[in-house]
Design a protein around this ligand. Sequence first.
Ligand SMILES: O=C(O)c1cc(C(=O)O)oc(=O)c1
Length: 324
Amino acid sequence: MIQDIPGPDAYAPARHGETTGDFEKTPGWLDWYDGPTTPTFQLPAGAVDAHCHVFGPGGQFPFAPERKYTPCDASAAQLFALRDHLGFARNVIVQATCHGADNRALVDALNRSEGRARGVATVRRDVTDAQLAELDAAGVRGVRFNFVKRLVDRVPTDSLEEIVERITPLGWHVVIYFEAEDLPDLYDFFSAIPTDVVVDHMGRPDVTKDPDGPEFDLFLRFMRENPNVWTKVSCPERLSVTGPRALDGEQHAYTDVVPFARRVVEQFPDRVLWGTDWPHPNLKDHMPDDGLLVDYIPQIATTPELQRKLLVDNPQRLYWPEGA
Ligand SMILES: O=C(O)c1cc(C(=O)O)oc(=O)c1
């Protein structure tokens, strides 16, 4: 699974918007934003971008045959340049569905990070103990289960339960990605997971609904009833309907998402994480300026203490418990 990793200089730097190898981007694909602004909001020292991805480069790390989209390349070097530009200290790199359960691009990025990145992998039930040990040594600390139908074919829950049993002894956690409308059906399965569980993008609330209404209330109840559940208050650019977009210097972007994220940060200050979601797969409407996305953070974490927990203390506890 993670053999044949090229050495550090084995490939040329990827160019913006390019897709190398024998691949063509999905029609209408939006490339990540080149030349983001420097954030106005100064991130606290030690801040972690706790949700981002690498794509390929396709010429070195081919996209998976079962993928639902073909992106532009987004290399580890490009990710780390963004990290430094925005002022993050570290990254948590999450296996993107376009790579299926082939974690080579992720592991390569972790190996290049000089300890400044941890990973969340995708594995199948036939993963061997030796492969899990290799992933762990590279810095993987969790597995991702995806329930978003446009991204993956459904994996039966008994196979996911087997994976949970395999990763529990390693001290790993489970990252889950699902749509709000599917939480009622998945609630009991999720509640039975014994490890820490991290929900991607607040379980994708429909922000045209009332943040105090029954749908988001179920998500808040899920977090209240399960003290092992954390969430990423990320992806306002994906959830927003009315904007305004994080473009053209906008300092108060995505105001329709703010009430949702703020409720979560204020009710569960010790179980929230934040990430850019760079390179923002599958956006259809616009590609945000990542500098302005960072400027969104103080709208949802309004005090220095909440900001420090969200950006430094919480990700450190989950991904670098041994200390930085
Ligand atoms: O909403 C998405 O399209 C999306 C896709 C992926 C992925 O393909 O892994 O990851 C995300 O965090 C979000």
